[in-house]
Each structure stands twice: as C-alpha cells, then as structure tokens.
Design a protein around this ligand. Structure first.
Ligand SMILES: Nc1ncnc2c1ncn2[C@@H]1O[C@H](COP(=O)(O)OP(=O)(O)O)[C@@H](O)[C@H]1O
Ligand SMILES: [Mg+2]
Length: 394
C-alpha cells in the first residue's frame, strides 16, 4: 500500500469548497484526487481513482448526504469515511456515524482535530483493508492459451468484484491483449518507459485504457523495437504503482525467463502456469515450476491450469500433472477451438459472445476462486522483499 492517502471530497455547498480543499490538502500524506458534488460523480470517482478516504461535507442539507454515505459504506467498505459539519448536536453526529462514517469533524475545522481524525482512520481501517493482488499468467510453451485466459480472467475478476481490473501486456513484442478486446489504446507501456523517472499515478492512469467491461489495459509498445526501453526497473515501478491503484492486477507474462520476467514475478501474489496435456507442455511446465522454486517463489503462490483439457486423445491426464507438481490443478478449461478463435478474431471477450459457454464458466470459476481468497499481505510482502532483494542484489 502507498503511504499517500488518495482523498475525495464530497461537497454540495459551493461557498465551502475552497476552504475545505485547502484544509484537507494541507495534511501530510494526503492527496486530494477528486472534488465532487453529486452521487453520480462520486460513484465515478470511487470506481476510477483508487480512493482510500472520502470526506463528506454534510452542510447545507445532511438529510441528503447521509443516504449517500450509507451507499458508499456498503459498496466500498475499504474506503474510510469522515463527515464534516457545522452542526454538532448529537443527532447530527450520530446519523453519519450510523450510516458508516468512521469519524466526525466539526466546523470551523481545527487543523489538529482534522489531522487526528485522519490519522485514526488511516491506522485502523486502511492498513487492514487496502489490499491488492497481482496475478501473473504464464505459458511456458507458446500457444497454451495464456493471453486468452489472462484477458477473460481479468474481465471476470473485474465483474465479480465490480471494480476495474488492471490488465498488463508484458509480451512486449507480439502481445495481443488490446487486440483481444478490439481496442486501440492511445498510449502504452513505452510511453511510461520514456517518462521513466517521472512515472506517477496520474501518468499511469492516463496511459491505461479503461474499457466498459471493467478492464483497464496497459498495452505493449506499438513498435517492436520499442520494447528495449521497457527495463526491469520500469516494470517493477509500474506494477508496484498499479497495485496501489487497482485491487486486482492481471499480467500476461511471456514464457521465457529474463530480468524483466523476474522483476514481474517478484511482485506476484499468484503465478498461474497454463499448460496443455501434451508432453512438451508438461515438460516445460515442470521446468518453469523448478525455476520458480529455485528463485524462492513460495509454492502456495504457484498454481497450474490445464487449457483445452478435453476432447483430445493424447496419452496424458490431469493426474499426470498433479503427480508432477504435487498439487491439485487449479482449473481445467475445456477445449473449444472455434469458439475461442472467434473470440480472438472478433476481439470480443468470451462472456460477450456466449455467457453460458463452458470455457467462460471455467474461467469465471477460476476468477471466483482467486477473489474469494484475500491476499495475505503480511506474508506476501515479507516473502516478496527477501525474494526481490536477492534478485536485485545480483
Ligand atoms: N480453451 C481453448 N480451446 C480451444 N482453443 C483455445 C483455447 N484457448 C486458446 N485456444 C487457442 O489457442 C491459440 C493460442 O491462444 P493464445 O491465447 O494466443 O495463447 P498464448 O498467449 O499462450 O500464445 C489460439 O488460436 C486460441 O484460439
Ligand atoms: Mg500470448
């Protein structure tokens, strides 16, 4: 989690706007990222701006503001809420607190009182609730279905949690994430590489392309040769920052190992290895698994998925993979070449073509398995740090 609190101010009293903004902006560790005056603009800001603290100015009409607080506290339990008002009778304080506010600050605002309220919500609520998940999808053998699964998984995750899921295409030369959504992003990861030292949240968010299906894409460079500028440092910084903005970050990762892959894997909370029931595919899956283990990625952060799991008459079975990896497979995605090829060719996600397709059902189940397990922040960051420091100290 970033140390900076990203703040939204909800205020319907125009005369109070400047004063509120000035006082809140003056706080340490706070950045005001949205100033809104209607439930609609507030909902959009909460969906898009990675806000972790929202101030509600109750004046002039608390009866209109309290139901908005109620909605936000139900829909965004991870966002801390502070009410501000001139009225300080018990009823005026109780109503917003019952609706879900963590703190109440009286006007005229005493800066110390405001700072204390923010410090209390920051330590109590945000530290335990702001979590993010970085999921790397990797296919050690080409053509395993990695990109199709990464794209459709991001969509299902975004829809399940009702929040945009970031999707990063790290197949820097020939990635086709954007094409899978028939999207033509204006900016891509090479724009970030050019800005290198100055990548911040605003630049990053303007580089991602938000799609209506709750996926925000960070696309590969436009020209093949631009990939060279995307260094491991850039990738590390970008993924790190994405994790402070998006609850879920899915990465389509190329199957080979290099410093860039390693910089990415170091940030992963979950590595999903995609394979098919074919001898070369399982052999490469095993070699990949071994490499991950040698690098120190904890085994409980590695899962295996079988793609095109049925309708083939090869000699390998799910059990073979399970015996090899010594863990149950995470998911089996059925084989439906024509359908998946159509989805790729038309740039339409599987759910948009056929909500009831067995391929879609299997990917959605994968998504719900992932989102039903909150990442273990303590363990993840501890492990990640030692893993990273080992890699970066080379
Ligand atoms: N579940 C599936 N059933 C049938 N064909 C699939 C399935 N998933 C992917 N494919 C096909 O496999 C090919 C490679 O898919 P892609 O997602 O681009 O893999 P990768 O990113 O691993 O190279 C595509 O032609 C796609 O249609
Ligand atoms: Mg691919």
């Amino acid at each position: 989690m970033s140390n900076l609190l990203h703040v939204c101010i909800y205020n319907t009293e125009p005369e109070a706007a400047n004063e509120l903004r000035t006082q809140i902006s003056a706080l340490n560790f706070v950045r005001v990222v949205a100033d809104v005056n209607s439930p609609e603009t507030l909902a959009a800001a909460l969906d898009e701006s990675g806000i972790n603290l929202c101030f509600f100015h109750l004046d002039p009409d608390p009866d209109e503001v309290v139901p908005v607080i109620d909605q936000v506290s139900t829909r965004h339990p991870e966002v801390a809420l502070i009410a501000i008002s001139h009225q300080s009778d018990p009823q005026a304080i109780l109503a917003p607190i019952r609706a879900g506010c963590d703190q109440f600050v009286c006007e005229p605002i005493d800066p110390e009182d405001l700072a204390n309220a923010v410090a209390r919500v920051a330590s109590r609520r945000l530290a335990s609730n702001t979590r993010s998940r970085c999921i790397c999808i990797v296919g050690p053998s080409g053509g395993s279905g990695t990109t199709s699964i990464a794209c459709n998984l991001a969509l299902e995750i975004g829809n399940l949690v009702d929040r945009e899921c970031a999707l990063v295409d790290l197949d820097l030369q020939f990635g086709d994430v954007a094409s899978n959504f028939d999207a033509e992003p204006r900016y891509n990861i090479s724009d970030l590489a050019e800005a290198s030292g100055q990548i911040d949240r605003t630049l990053l968010m303007s580089t991602l392309m938000s799609l209506p299906c709750k996926v925000a894409i960070l696309s590969r460079p436009e020209m093949i040769e631009q990939e060279a500028a995307v260094t491991p440092d850039v990738i590390h910084h970008v993924v790190d920052l994405l994790k402070t903005i998006y609850e879920n970050v899915v990465i389509d990762l190329p199957g080979h190992f290099d410093q860039r892959t390693i910089a990415t894997l170091a940030q992963a909370d979950l590595v999903i290895v995609i394979c098919q029931l074919l001898v070369p595919s399982l052999r490469n899956a095993k070699r990949y698994h071994d490499a991950l283990q040698r690098m120190g990625v904890p085994d409980d952060r590695i899962e295996f998925v079988i793609n095109r799991s049925e309708g083939r008459s090869g000699r390998l079975t799910v059990k073979d993979l399970e015996e090899m990896t010594k863990k149950p497979v995470f998911a089996c995605i059925p084989n439906d070449y024509q359908f998946v090829a159509r989805s790729i060719d038309f740039g339409r996600p599987i759910a948009a073509l056929d909500r009831n397709s067995p391929v879609r059902t299997a990917i959605r189940e994968m998504a719900s398995k992932i989102v039903s397990h909150p990442p273990d922040v303590e363990k993840a960051s501890g492990g990640r740090r030692s893993f990273l420091s080992r890699i970066l100290s080379k």
